[in-house]
Write a protein that binds this ligand. Structure first.
Ligand code: ZN
Ligand code: ZN
Length: 186
């Protein structure tokens, strides 16, 4: 867990701002039961602007999450570029001006908690190895990025076989060739 950012002794008057580099500790992110692990050592930029009432905060950071591609299971990376904003005024009950990540008692900003929520809002529903990943073949399970999109001749279910024969009879199609020996024997 990284150190919460202290808002004590900010020394800003309305309209003034300052920024600071902050360390961010991110947790692995679980998307549809698949875990994506962030690279450690994430740093972000926290901006603080004093307003007439309270402060506005912005947090910007990049993070890289690694895990399997949701289609083909090869390694995939999600590169997050996050910008998030919060407003906070210790002297109001107005929800809009109350950041969940500012602790009035300690006068700190919970950078990790804020970053994790911001990531949750950005994380894609499926992380792919590439935009046009072809995924695994549903029949043989091979990676179609390597084998190319392909189809398999489905083994004919006997009922389908019977139906196909019936349709041929109805259409009165002449036999294309000699019947296999087993058929004519019956
Ligand atoms: Zn893929
Ligand atoms: Zn296949």
């Amino acid at each position: 867990m990284s150190e919460p950012y202290s808002l004590r002794a900010l020394g800003l008057s309305a309209g003034q701002s300052k920024s600071a580099v902050v360390k961010i500790d991110l947790d692995p992110y679980v998307q549809t039961a698949i875990e994506y692990v962030p690279d450690p050592g994430v740093e972000g930029t926290l901006g603080i602007t004093a307003m007439m009432e309270g402060i506005s905060l912005d947090l910007k950071f990049r993070a890289e999450y690694h895990g399997p591609c949701a289609r083909c299971l090869d390694p995939a990376v999600y590169r997050a570029l996050v910008t998030s904003y919060e407003l906070h005024d210790a002297n109001t009950d107005d929800e809009e001006m109350r950041s969940d990540f500012v602790d009035d008692g300690l006068q700190t900003v919970d950078i990790d908690g804020w970053a994790k929520e911001a990531i949750g809002l950005e994380f894609p529903t499926r992380v792919l190895c590439r935009k046009d990943c072809l995924g695994l073949c549903p029949v043989c399970g091979e990676n179609q990025n390597e084998t190319g999109l392909h189809e398999h001749e489905q083994p004919l279910d006997s009922r389908w076989g019977a139906l196909a024969a019936l349709e041929l009879d109805d259409a009165g199609e002449p036999d294309a060739g000699p019947e296999p020996a087993t058929d004519s024997a019956t």
